[in-house]
Ligand binder design. Structure first.
Ligand code: CTP
Length: 405
């Protein structure tokens, strides 16, 4: 997996040489991101030799590959060891004027810090407040240990031993329970052209679909993400090595791309909002009021992509099958009525699972959170999950895996 080891400027930097060595030996691709100060303790050649990857501290290197954010986006784990009082303060404040800072801000993976400093600095209310802030944000902390410090002092402030930091780090890595699987996910909303400047569309942001793709990639799958009209900031979340992005615009394009990806896919998820209808004809030039034809648009029905995938697929369970998942936004306030509709929809479309999205004021379209009920093959609710779209994504993949077994 891809691990970033951030090193800040403290004498304990020498211990991180051993930490990097352990992580590389465990088979991980480790990129070391030292601060300028850290290089005064251990130089770049040492980090490069141990990690077998180039080392830079600057946000201005490799600009074409947007290295200052790409490193963080692509990381499965970020470890900051040693984390000095200064680096902890900068992390808490979100300061990003060096490569480690930008990497940390761009990272969505777990972050582990191993503080190292003098006992007084560790005990200072400022440091303690910064650590609390980081912990509240989900950052994991190991140490510091009690013991001998630089200059002969003793007390809490020693960086934990490299073996202990490595062990804590490896525990944070996501399970690779989707490794070896190829999956296809559609995300976003289709746009059906009326003329060159207008379209029939919907409000799907694609965030749930992207969360599904990112979760799958993090757990080891190779992902085809069929992206229907995603905004740049949403699409950027999917920029990682194991995700192949295929942009599409219309339902017809999405259908063709999904069918192609489905041929080799072990699991297919239709999270995109596909337009049920399209204008019978897209005008070749911009329609005007003078044309007098803007008051009426003739529609023809689009193919149901999920149903087509359902009809074409290999049987669900087992290693050779294909698991098919649909999403449905149901707005009925009565949960039983919602489930009944969802059961019929799952049957009709030939999906194994239907994730019933509760679209209301707090959840669903354009919102960071989602609330979903997963209807399984026998019509039963196999999982219920509310929270971030990533959390919903994790529950969907858990259900896919248990169906495969
Ligand atoms: N879907 C699809 N192709 C379509 C419409 C929908 O593949 N032309 C998929 C969606 O990606 C989603 C699922 O079908 O996974 C459910 O979509 P939904 O709009 O709820 O279903 P409809 O068949 O349109 O039913 P309704 O009558 O509730 O609109």
């Amino acid at each position: 997996m891809d691990i970033v080891v951030g090193v800040s400027g403290g004498i304990a930097a020498y211990k991180s040489v051993h930490l990097v060595r352990i992580l590389v030996k465990a088979g991980h691709d480790v990129t070391v991101v030292p601060t300028e100060d850290a290089l005064r303790f251990v130089g770049a050649p040492t980090w490069e030799a141990i990690s077998r990857n180039p080392v830079t501290t600057s946000v201005h290197d490799d600009v074409a590959k947007v290295r200052h954010v790409a490193l963080g986006q692509g990381a499965d784990l970020v470890v900051v060891a040693p984390a000095t009082a200064n680096t902890l303060a900068r992390m808490a404040a979100g300061i990003a004027d060096n490569l480690l800072g930008t990497t940390l801000l761009a990272a969505t993976a777990p972050v582990l810090v191993a503080p190292a400093m003098h006992a007084e600095m560790w005990a200072h209310p400022a440091t303690q407040a910064n650590v609390r802030t980081l912990v509240e944000r989900g950052v994991h902390v190991i140490g510091p240990d009690d013991g001998e410090l630089a200059g002969g002092d003793t007390g809490p402030g020693r960086m934990s031993e490299p073996e202990a930091v490595a062990e804590a780090a490896l525990r944070l890595l996501a399970p690779q329970d989707l490794a070896g699987l190829r999956v296809a996910v559609s995300a976003g909303g289709t746009r059906e052209p009326i003329d060159p400047v207008r379209y029939l569309g919907n409000r799907s942001s694609g965030r749930q679909g992207v969360a599904l793709a990112v979760e799958a990639a993090t757990r080891g799958a190779a992902v085809d993400l069929i992206a229907a009209n995603l905004a740049g900031d949403v699409l950027a979340l999917a920029a990682r090595p194991r995700i192949r992005i295929r942009p599409v615009a219309t339902a017809a394009e999405l259908s063709a791309a999904m069918k192609e990806a489905a041929v080799t896919a072990d699991a297919v998820i239709m999270a995109a909002a596909v337009a049920d209808y399209r204008p019978a004809q897209a005008a070749p030039h911009k329609l005007t009021k003078e044309d007098g034809i803007l008051d009426r648009i003739d529609l023809v029905e689009n193919e149901d992509v999920l149903a087509a995938l359902g009809a074409a697929r290999r049987d669900g369970a087992g290693p050779d099958g294909q698991i098919l998942v649909g999403f449905a936004a149901e707005t009925s306030a009565d949960p039983e009525a919602r489930r009944e509709r969802a059961r019929r929809k799952r049957e009709r479309k030939g999906a194994d699972l239907l994730a019933v999205n509760l679209a209301d004021a707090e959840h669903g379209f354009e919102k960071p959170d989602n609330a979903v009920e997963l209807i399984g093959p026998d019509g039963e609710v196999v999982a219920e999950v509310a929270g971030s779209k990533r959390r919903v994504a994790a529950a969907v993949w858990d259900a896919v895996l248990s169906l495969r077994r």
